[in-house]
Design a protein around this ligand. Structure first.
Ligand SMILES: [Zn+2]
Length: 182
């Protein structure tokens, strides 16, 4: 990819509708307005969902098949489509990546903002816990492989993003508390 100066908070230059050069607008550092059609264009974080699937005191973590952060550990999930509810996005992404259905979704348990790759777009990550209710996991799409891990294995995992480690820890604590009450 060519090097350029388009960072995650660089304002847009041209209107996506009619390609007219945009003008600065309002108080937002990225706010731009089109003098032709009157639309406003902002840069925002892209919302994403992820989940820690818990079972028998373990959590399913995934290894990323593609860039950014290829080969590093994260959790199943992905970006929301336009207009999509986060819970629907989570169910869709887990089905695409592992071929399983999830239920008993709780959260968000964490919210984090991070870059998607070096100088990449900002992501608003929403992390949930869930249970597998249907199917056998098979890695597909942008998942290279998966592992079930317990709390004693977390230190050795190379998480791409620290909020996923935090999510897994919280999900395991909830699982443990649930087990104590049973
Ligand atoms: Zn326009």
């Amino acid at each position: 990819m060519a090097k350029d100066n388009f960072g995650p908070d660089t304002p847009y230059s041209y209107c996506p509708v009619d390609a007219t050069p945009l003008e600065k607008s309002g108080g937002s550092p990225t706010g731009m307005k089109c003098p032709e059609c009157g639309r406003s264009w902002y840069r925002n974080s892209s919302p994403s969902t992820g989940c820690a699937i818990v079972e028998d005191g373990k959590v399913l973590v995934t290894v990323r098949a593609g860039e950014p952060e290829k080969g590093r550990v994260d959790v199943p999930g992905g970006f929301l489509e336009a207009g999509e509810h986060p819970a629907d996005a989570l169910v869709r992404e887990v089905d695409e990546e592992l071929g399983v259905g999830i239920g008993e979704v709780i959260g968000p348990l964490i919210m984090a903002v991070h870059n998607y790759g070096e100088n990449g777009p900002f992501v608003l990550a929403l992390g949930f816990a869930a249970r597998m209710i249907e199917g056998e996991p098979e890695p597909a799409d942008d998942v290279a492989e998966f592992r079930w891990v317990g709390v004693d294995e977390l230190d050795e995992l190379d998480f791409a993003w620290s909020h996923d480690r935090e999510l897994v820890e919280i999900a395991l604590r909830i699982e443990e508390d649930g087990a104590c009450q049973a």
